[in-house]
Design a protein around this ligand. Sequence first.
Ligand code: NAP
Length: 247
Amino acid sequence: MITSLIPASPAAIDDDALHRIYAYPATDTPYVRFNFVAAADGAATSGGFSAGLGNEGDKRIFTVLRRLADVVLVGAGTIRAEGYEGELVDDAARTWRSAHGLAPHPAVAVISGSLNLDPSSGFFQRAPVRPVILTGTDAPAGRRAALEHVADVVDCGSDTVQASAVLAELGRRGLLKVLCEGGPAVLGSLTRAGAVDELCLSISPLLAGGDGPRISVGPSPEDAVPLALSSLLTEESALYTLYRRTP
Ligand SMILES: NC(=O)c1ccc[n+]([C@@H]2O[C@H](COP(=O)([O-])OP(=O)(O)OC[C@H]3O[C@@H](n4cnc5c(N)ncnc54)[C@H](OP(=O)(O)O)[C@@H]3O)[C@@H](O)[C@H]2O)c1
């Protein structure tokens, strides 16, 4: 049973309450929410995956966040590590989304400079909507040509992908409720660019050990973004934080 610590309430948090807590603010430009799970010792992976870190409550919130999003944005490293094959939302979510004016399936967009992605993989072959790949003009031409058969490939920079161009492309497509599911390099890139509006961070009650990354890789201390806690939920010693960038 998920309950709320901030604001404090002993009542169980049902899905309607989760929808209210995690509702996107009204916006006419892309609003970027990141969702991560980390162990209490800061590890963002266990055995190379994030799946071992979450509990049932984390999965419920993960599901609700996808339900509310126009687009799921991920880095190529996360696709390579975790697959992302098939539908990202279930039947109930599609019904809910249609009733709330959203497309049945969220769009999916991948940031990749190298285009080292397999067009024959389940991610592309079983995608319910044509994926968008956000890359740079320096990306290898052969890989680009192969991926153009299975995805929209869009230039958002040259040697690296620029966050401002990514957000402009998503905005052009009307994809304003952005759910970025990582990974650490993408959070690092968007932090450096000042393009992170919100962080939903689940903290797992676990000393995971290992040598996995933190949730953000790359930015320097000058890029630090102050956050304010908007909501804090709990279940079975896990904490589910919702931080928003301070104005
Ligand atoms: N704990 C969690 O909640 C969570 C969430 C997501 C992922 N993860 C874990 O994180 C690990 C993957 O980490 P990661 O940092 O490699 O993942 P990532 O951030 O998903 O992907 C990194 C890749 O994204 C592309 N990229 C990111 N920023 C770019 C930019 N500005 N310009 C061009 N390309 C850019 C590059 O792709 P190319 O190499 O193709 O150029 C880069 O190698 C996996 O083990 C995964 O399980 C954990």
